[in-house]
Write a protein that binds this ligand. Sequence first.
Ligand code: DC
Length: 217
Amino acid sequence: MNLSIAIDGPAGAGKSTIAKLVGKKFNLMYINTGYMYRAVTLMALNNNIKYTDKDGLCKLIDSISMHFEHDRIIVNSKDISDRIVMPDISKNVSNYAAILEVREKLVSIQRALSEKYNVIMDGRDIGTVVLKDAKFKFYLTASPEERAKRRYDELIQKDVKVNYDDILSDIKKRDYIDSNREISPLKKAEDAVEIDSSFMSIEDVVNYISKYITDRM
Ligand code: DC
């Protein structure tokens, strides 16, 4: 059986940064499942497909090719990784990610990858649904204010004009939708190790997770 590591948690908790670094340490393929939901959202918006149009969304997902190259997502041969982290996608993605048909299709791609490769996968439902049998599960969190500050700094660094209060309100809104949706809501798996990174550096978290894994391998 392949090695699978699941990292779940709310928006801006540092999942992707941490998963990327841990993945590199243990030579795992890093799968950013948030990117997959974001990619579908971008393609749907570009094609005027509303999140209520389930048939349209299914056809869209079946018609696109999606794969990862290191930490980048390539859709229809184009690297859209920088485009999909922009605020217009962040504002819409929770609505698309709440659709059962979208989740079923993306989850089956995620499981297929985990059957083929040793993976570290981050998202909202990895430890609870996608990789229930993952050998290691972590639930990464931080206060909404700290998470908003991290997202704000990240976007400012990319020269995107943003407002801290808008980001904080978007994060709170997404937390609510992601945690209260009917299908695969964001929640800690019973067997996941919870890490509150509010007062930890990236290096602290990576070291903590790496030691946890090494001690048990
Ligand atoms: O991790 P992120 O902020 O890039 O995720 C974008 C959105 O996708 C998030 O609001 C919830 C959704 N998502 C999800 O529902 N399930 C996942 N496994 C990953 C992300």
